[in-house]
Design a protein around this ligand. Sequence first.
Ligand code: GDP
Length: 530
Amino acid sequence: MPIAYTKEQGTHEERRTFAIISHPDAGKTTLTEKLLLFGGAIREAGAVKGKKARRHATSDWMEIEKQRGISVTSTVLQFGYRNRRINILDTPGHEDFSEDTYRTLTAADSAVMLIDAAKGVEPQTIKLFEVCRMRGIPIFTFINKLDRQGKEPLALLEELEDVLGIRSCPMNWPIGMGQDFRGIYNRRDTRFERYTSRGEETSNIQADDIDSPVLRDALGPELHDQLKDEVMLLDIAGDPFDPELIAQGKLTPVFFGSAIANFGVETFLNEFIDLAPAPGVRQTDQGPVAPADKSFSGFVFKIQANMNPAHRDRVAFIRICSGKFERGISVNHVRTGKKVNLAQPQQFFGQGREIIEEAYPGDIIGIFDPGVFRIGDTICESGSFHFEKLPMFSPEHFARVSVKNTLKYKQFHKGIEQLSEEGAIQVFRQANRTEDLVLGAVGQLQFEVFEHRMKSEYGAEVELINLPYSFARWIETTQDVEKLSYDRYSNIIVKDKDERVVMLFPNEFSIRWLIDKNPGVVLHSTSFDM
Ligand code: GDP
């Protein structure tokens, strides 16, 4: 069924495109479901991406997700809420797939940072936060699981500042926690939302100000005094609400709640859609492109093969940056200089898919890809330009790969080529050993997914032998690399898919050794830095 747009949801100004960043188990799936419930996009929590849905997932490589209970793939969820059209970019939480997550963040205009109140800022959150900061996008914080005993709210704010270096501005403040959780006090509209145990309706108490007797009645003198003290402290010592600083990603508005109890989520959503930015101007090598520009443009941030075994196909996910997308539009594929007809646009909802007729800046569309697209490709209706490059990460794990049954050589090569274009794995060739290939990955688990997919999607069983390298460096030199002075026992020279020379090293010591022995040679940790 095509998505129906209401008139006021029909332009980029109404779009809010964001990703949720968090450490696994902070409650991202739960929060996403609750957000979708408010959008009326699903009727029942658990219908889209819950563990229940995962159990029914049919895609082969989702077996791995099921077995490990992690999310490997990313999907895009769109729903209408008030007069907005919201796109949630889902990202894999496991750190071995962080590369995928990083690329997905380039398609987002803002991020929601989800934090488990008991755990505070966790390692994966720190990494993802850094990427958001690099991009300068606004970050909204939701502190989750207030229905459980966690860290003190003030200590959590301090952690944001100490660990992430971001100032915070609590939009609401929790009263009690765990067994004693009473609710949240919204600072801007002096409204108290009473928390009752799971499933029951929450109630709102509108106070004129924090001293109001209705609040005192509702909370009792002790909790009311505590709330007054804490909020006064925030008023005096905390950062004031500043939309400008929020827009620059320098101040994060903080919300408290419990996703599982669906408490504080609606308040968060309402504030979020008011404060979060609409799609903005994006830079290209030919100058800025604004969403209001007439001519359609976008870039590929993800390629995914065989999303559904019933349709053995490959989908390129495109973030629209300007103009209006209409089905069948003909665009310039800038990297190859060819014209491409975007005939089969799809929008994704969980694992389902639907054909769309039109889409606007901020939207993500999936295009059936016969093998022309690569991650980072720009497409545009007129002109010829490139959006900013997508971040690449230096592989840290390496393995030699070969096909078990040589009769499957063709499938083997097709699989490797497609999976590397998808960005699932990086492929290197060793100069004098063309028959087998070296794979590079940012996380070890990528190899497991690779092995599984090669077998289930391409019918090629592979053998992987781990190699003792931990670093790849792209080499810039005017000399013949073979003539460089390097330790032939511990380093190897390979070439990437674009024939650039890369050396693999076991440790940082061996990198320094090479630099010392070969003045004038420049090393880069990704090909993008060259
Ligand atoms: P994800 O890994 O970030 O997607 O996390 P999930 O949404 O799968 O949640 C991880 C676990 O935390 C699950 O057992 C959830 O039921 C639980 N959880 C999520 N939100 C809350 C919450 O607000 N309170 C409590 N007590 N548990 C929660």
